[in-house]
Design a binder for this molecule. Structure first.
Ligand code: NAD
Ligand code: WQD
Length: 336
């Protein structure tokens, strides 16, 4: 059992990871500035887990405030989710992304060093592979940023790796997520995008809820079996369990480890749409639009290292992902 601080702990992946860590008997505290999370998340976490975990409303860029949290309780590890994550917004406002993601991580790492906390599990992304040359993608594939958001992930991976190399940190897991979707089966927590969703599953859910007229499929002329883009969709509860495994392995190892988190199976936009329709019984109106600039035809993981290093493989199916995403949308999600 360990005491773990989750930055961005009230967000989509952080909140589900809190549930999984508490279920395994770990002690959890959340740090979040609620810039992209609802204040209803902590009470809902309590409803799910029956545990009232401490919540610190703090910005990671406020080094002194983070230091005070570390001074008040001894943490064995930090899971660092807090970041901005919208690709389009990052191109429109690069300074904001460098500030929150890069300067924010620098501030967190400074506070960790001061407190002598040597273990970090970091939310990286498949975006660090840019436009992949071939799939499945292994961790040794070339790294390349195609947008500012991806650039910040690469910079943060390098910063953390350098701190391990120089002995300031002992252990880092750089977890490269593919496409997290789904929600906790209670329907109490899930993904709540601001404004018009840019990701496929939240958009599909809002079309199903008749909050949007129709889904636009971004291109059906890709070199894939049905012409639509292929991605590695991963249930957020599987992802949450991978974080438990990473923290537990980190407690007994040293060094920096980049690890892909995906199912290893790609599904096309059309396959996901049909799976959603079959699972929910709701017909999804759609039209074919132009390709979205910057989109790769296919992107799916080689998850072998996650199995050997973390003993983790994704268990939940596309049907689970569609059912749980829709339950959350139906019961709780609101367009912000
Ligand atoms: P999210 O926006 O739901 O969660 C991020 C949380 O961080 C939010 O609760 C937000 O309020 C908080 N936050 C933002 N800036 C902060 C700051 N300056 N100080 C304190 N808190 C701050 O996003 P998510 O989907 O849960 O993503 C979590 C992490 O995973 C991010 O680092 C993201 O880049 C990464 N990631 C996400 C995906 C995805 O598709 N969701 C894929 C790959 C990687
Ligand atoms: C999936 C597929 C689209 C919306 C993004 C980020 C990545 C990571 C995860 C954080 C693609 C198609 C989508 C729509 C569509 N985030 N699509 N109509 O682009 O793989 O990854 O989120 O790290 O960095 O880039 O995910 O859900 O946007 O798209 O046809 O309205 O759905 O073209 O093939 P993506 P996505």
């Amino acid at each position: 059992m360990a005491r773990i601080l989750l930055t961005g702990g009230a967000g989509f992946i952080g909140s589900h990871t809190a549930v999984a860590l508490l279920a395994r008997g770990h002690e959890v505290a959340l740090l979040d500035n609620f810039s992209n999370a609802s204040r209803s998340v902590p009470p809902r976490l309590k409803e799910i887990t029956r545990v009232d975990c401490p919540v610190h409303e703090v910005d990671i860029r406020d080094t002194e405030a983070v230091r005070q949290i570390f001074a008040a309780a001894a943490f064995e590890a930090v899971i660092h989710f807090a970041a901005l994550k919208a690709v389009g917004e990052s191109e429109a406002n690069p300074l904001l992304y460098f500030d929150v993601n890069v300067a924010g991580t620098l501030s967190l790492l400074t506070a960790m060093r001061h407190a002598g906390i040597g273990r970090i599990v970091f939310s990286s992304s498949a975006t660090v592979y840019g436009a992949p040359e071939h799939c499945p993608i292994a961790e040794i594939a070339p790294l390349h940023a195609t947008n500012i958001y991806g650039r910040t992930k690469l910079i943060m991976e390098d910063m953390i790796g350098d701190l391990v190399r120089t002995g300031i940190l002992s252990t880092a897991f750089l977890l490269r997520y593919f496409n997290p979707v789904g929600a906790h089966p209670s329907g109490l927590i899930g993904e709540a995008p601001c404004g018009v969703p840019t990701n496929l599953m939240p958009y599909l859910c809002q079309v199903a809820a008749r909050q949007r007229d129709c889904l636009t499929i971004f291109g059906n002329d890709y070199p894939t079996p049905d012409g639509t883009g292929i991605r590695d969709y991963l249930h957020v509860m599987d992802l949450a369990e991978a974080h438990c495994a990473a923290v537990e392995v980190a407690l007994g190892t040293h060094g920096t480890h980049a690890v892909n988190l995906g199912t290893g199976t790609g599904h096309s936009v059309m396959e996901l749409l049909h799976a959603f329709e079959n699972t929910t019984g709701i017909e999804i109106p759609y039209k074919i639009g132009a390709r979205r600039p910057g989109d790769a035809p296919s992107c799916y993981a080689d998850p072998a290292l996650a199995k050997t290093m973390l003993g983790w493989t994704a268990k939940r199916t596309l049907v689970d992902m569609c059912r749980d995403s829709w339950r959350w949308q139906f019961l709780s999600a609101k367009v912000k």
